[in-house]
Design a binder for this molecule. Structure first.
Ligand code: ADP
Ligand code: MG
Length: 657
């Protein structure tokens, strides 16, 4: 064994420098952060060959006293903290006192600085960490640091540098983040002699976004602002339809520091749940402000991650801010129309009471004969409009955040909302199947399944007929391709509405918001669904969940399931496909919440009118109303339900404008 010795300080410095200075972008980051901490209102950054040739950072901040210049380049030398307890309340970007020492250890560095109001400035040259003499020099107020020949004395690191273009890109990305983090500072970035970024420094985040991320991205954003407890959230997020292909445009700041955070990403994306297309990600520029005592920034030498004292509070603040602002953004009409105005000219068509009222009335003693529902070719549209929650009224589910370490951990999903009581069994004769039940020949070994007795007489609660609104601010012009509703709004816009997608959303919101178990229909002839052993077992394990969704099922042996009751708004012939889809969702869902939501999606889809079906005008009116009032904008998979063409856009197409 060789002898154990303490490393000499030069080698120790090089090792320490390796942690702070990984590549040119890390140098730029540290120098610009110093400029921000120095109170600069303008910072210029110039790089040549991706920073491998030269990095120059100039600021108009407070400057450094000539006598303190050599000290600034020593390890653990800082003006930003003194005592151990200061670590618990860091309000500056720097605090470790390592950057200047690290940068100068692995490069040839020059500094020129003059303090505000001082008669003269000073300069200092360092080579591989060895400082020359401080010299008096003429200089503008502020500080300029030039770093040349980065890693010239650490060949191992030099070997791992990427192409200059990759390093330039890394610096450019970093400059965007720095500029966005401080809209009150004017940033200029020049790469190889060409100006690549210049922000006005007018204090407006939107100006910085526009300058740093471009007009198109800026246009895809909507402003958000909110607070929860001691956490403030403000900034911009992409409109749900403007989802992006990756998370690269998710920019988060905590107390003015650009950071990477799975917690914040999860909170943001949770706010978009069911509003953004699958495979798309929201973009954002979000500033989170927390008390300095509630966040630990001393987690990593590069200071790009933080630890929150109360993660849940931060998560909730971001999530609710995003969710509420997106909902507010989607509600163009200030006064929601009362439910009583909902169009319902056909009594047999809509259920205009909620499930609870319905059940109470249904349980009342019978006096009138029950009107038997006719057999429809397709399912009636049995939607409880009154219980449909507006997006803005939707109560978010309680959320338990777990860091996303294991992919199977389901960190991004919420636990199910408090589960409602097991539904009381529905009186058998309330509903009859509206389609020919799919009767399977009964296998000999199976137990005898008694058919449900024919309809008994009992009173059905009266349906309310509601007059159509006298002056709806829109008019349906027709339906095309049996799929799209064409409609004209008062403000001169033409709308195309995908009726299936819109209805699916309505169903989804209703199911999600409903605390009541769904209304069911008892099948005249139970259905034996042959699903195979695996799927059958999976569904049997989840019978209580199926109950919640309105399916009364039991084991029928050999992987078959006997279905006695199905939700009222599902066509009996859709029973087996629905259960098959349920099995798939139960198999692939990573958490109870995800599985439940998968089932909600299936239900919403199966209960929706389908493209290709002929629809009753009353159905279409209700859907248009939902879309026009802003309650429905995206299908549960995040696809748009409506396309709007303004008069001006039409005129442009016809070259009238
Ligand atoms: P830290 O930023 O963690 O304090 P650094 O090594 O980055 O450590 O800087 C050391 C000290 O040098 C800082 O604490 C600050 O007082 C001073 N300093 C560095 N850069 C500047 C600058 N651009 N303007 C004014 N002072 C600076
Ligand atoms: Mg620093």
């Amino acid at each position: 064994m060789p002898h154990i010795r303490q490393l000499d300080s030069h080698v120790a410095d090089l090792i320490a420098a390796g942690e702070v200075v990984e590549r040119p972008a890390s140098v730029v980051k540290e120098l610009v952060e110093n400029a921000i901490d120095a109170g600069a209102s303008a910072v210029a950054v110039e790089v040549q060959r991706g920073g491998m040739g030269l990095i120059r950072v100039t600021d108009n901040g407070c400057g450094i006293a000539p006598g303190e210049l050599p000290t600034a380049f020593l390890r653990h030398a800082t003006s930003k903290m003194r005592f151990a307890e200061d670590l618990g309340k860091i309000g500056t970007l720097g605090f470790r006192g390592e950057a200047l020492a690290a940068i100068s250890a692995v490069s040839r560095t020059e500094i020129l600085t003059r303090q505000k109001g001082a008669a003269a400035g000073a300069s200092l040259h360092l080579e591989g960490g060895v400082a020359g003499a401080v010299e008096e020099a003429g200089a503008p107020e502020g500080t300029t640091i030039i770093v040349r020949d980065l890693f010239y004395n650490t060949p191992a690191r030099l070997k791992f540098m990427k192409k200059d273009s990759a390093e330039t890109a890394a610096v450019a990305g970093l400059m965007q983040h720095l500029a966005l983090s401080h809209p009150d500072i004017s940033f200029k970035f020049i790469k190889d002699g060409v100006e690549a970024l210049h922000t006005p420094g007018d204090g407006k985040l939107e100006s910085a976004v526009y300058a740093a991320l471009g007009r198109d991205f800026a246009r895809s954003l909507t402003a958000v602002k909110g607070r929860g407890g001691e956490v403030e959230v403000s900034g911009f997020v992409t409109k749900p339809l403007m989802g992006r292909g990756s998370r690269s445009m998710q920019v988060f700041f905590v107390n003015g520091r650009f950071i990477k955070s799975q917690l914040l990403t999860a909170a943001l994306e949770e706010g978009y749940r069911n509003q953004i297309m699958k495979g798309k990600f929201p973009g954002c520029v979000l500033a989170v402000t927390v008390p300095v005592t509630a966040v630990d920034v001393n987690v990593h030498p590069a200071k790009t991650t933080v630890k929150f004292a109360r993660e849940r509070e931060v998560f909730d603040a971001v999530y609710h801010t995003v969710l509420d602002c997106l909902a507010a953004d989607s509600a163009p009409r200030p006064e929601p129309r009362p439910a009583a105005e909902t169009v319902n000219p056909r009594q047999d068509f809509f259920q205009t009471m909620d499930a609870k009222t319905f059940r109470e009335k249904a349980a009342a003693p019978a006096s009138k004969p029950q009107p038997v529902q006719p057999t429809h070719v397709r399912p009636a549209w049995n939607t409880e409009w009154k219980t449909t929650a507006r997006v803005a009224d939707r109560k978010p589910e309680p959320f338990a955040y777990e860091p996303r370490k294991k992919p199977a951990g389901g960190a991004l999903s919420a636990p199910p909302p408090s589960v409602t009581a097991r539904p009381a069994p529905v009186k058998e004769s309330v509903f009859v199947s509206r389609t020919e039940p799919a009767v399977k020949p009964e296998p000999p070994k199976r137990p005898f399944v008694p058919a449900i007795p024919a309809q008994q007489t009992m009173e059905l609660p009266e349906q309310q007929t509601i007059e159509p609104p006298k002056e709806a601010p829109w008019r349906i012009a027709g339906e095309v391709l049996h799929t799209y509703i064409v409609c004209e709004s008062e403000d001169g816009c033409v709308w195309l509405i995908d009726k299936h997608a819109a209805h699916e959303r309505v169903n989804f919101d209703r199911l999600q918001a409903s605390l009541e178990p769904p209304m069911r229909q008892t099948l005249l002839q139970p259905i034996a669904a042959e699903l195979g052993r695996e799927d059958g077992a999976l569904l049997l394990e989840n019978l209580p969940l199926l109950e919640q969704f309105g399916f009364a099922c039991e084991d029928f042996g050999d992987g078959a399931i006997l279905v006695r009751e199905v939700p009222a708004d599902i066509n009996a012939e859709d029973t087996v496909p629905t259960l098959e889809e349920f099995a798939e969702k139960l198999r692939t869902g990573r958490s109870p919440a995800e599985r439940r939501e998968g089932l909600l999606h299936t239900m919403a889809c199966k209960a929706a009118i389908k493209g290709g079906w002929t629809s009753d005008p009353a159905e279409l009116r209700v859907l248009v109303d939902k879309v026009q009032s802003g309650q429905v904008r995206f299908c549960p998979h995040g696809r748009p339900v409506a396309v709007k063409l303004t008069k001006y856009e039409l005129e442009k197409m016809f070259k009238r404008a």
